[in-house]
Design a protein around this ligand. Sequence first.
Ligand code: ZN
Length: 334
Amino acid sequence: MPYLIVAGIVIVVLALMISFWYIILPVALLAWAAAVSPRLIRHFRKKRYFASEEFLARKAAIASVVEEHNEIAAYTSEIRNGGTFQLGVASTGAHAHLATFENTSNHNYRRDRNVASYQAPNVHNCSLQVVRNASSDPIKYLMKYFNIKAVESNLSDVERLGEEIARLEDAVDNLRQREASITGSFNPPPFILKYYADEFMAHVGVELSPISVPYPEYAFEYVSAGGNSGQKTTVTLNTATIDALIETLSQQIRFGKSAAGQRALMTAKLRNFIKTRDRHTCRFCSVSVAAEPHLLLEVDHIVPVSKGGLSTPENLQALCWRCNRTKSNKVLSV
Ligand SMILES: [Zn+2]
């Protein structure tokens, strides 16, 4: 607000400095008032809404729901900080930091409009043909140029990444659902959501989480010698890409060694199967999605992967986020 008042003073001073001020000043002041008054009115309407009994009563009634939201926001940042969200493989550019690159052209006019990112670990600089082929066959090119060989250890690494991403995706999605439900239960006047959405959440007591899912990205990039043209294919490792990569890796492993890799694959399909099999109910505390529509349910390895547990349906169970958090790396008996 202060800048609007300063603008008003400036208008008065300027108008006084020039001739015909008695005509210009009222016109300028009217224009200023027309610009400022809607904001002022909105400001006071907002203050009145947040102080209203209706708002405060609703806020008190919903306090426990808000508290649970904030606990899940904290849990979401635990998941984010605990995971790596990277593949351990893919070594392109691993030694790029050992070299320095500079453009020594004397005539730099219009050059380097497109600069190849030689230092970035997940970027493969290549010909235009490879960029185009990668866009039509992303899994094959991802494996070939980022050194993801069809071996059991890489398959496990991709499955681990898929689980990390699905777990964080579910938590972030759960927060958004809870926020929508909290906002909906207040049913605030439209202008509040349009102009004061963040302030509304702060007044309600909701701690908004800035966390988004850090999907790893792999890029195939072509930049012409002069930097005048560039093309790029980006492969984002979201759940769909990861599942396709898991399927491809496992098929190639099976083809090579017929007996190996005959286990279940940790894909979105298997995670959904486990949740359905366990009737969307926590196997420890029996809380269910039927009883709690916004329940955050996770798929847990009964014997953790770090202790040799396999991704088989017998070793997987549905747990609510609270029980899974408590269990952490300890192996509890059901
Ligand atoms: Zn539970």
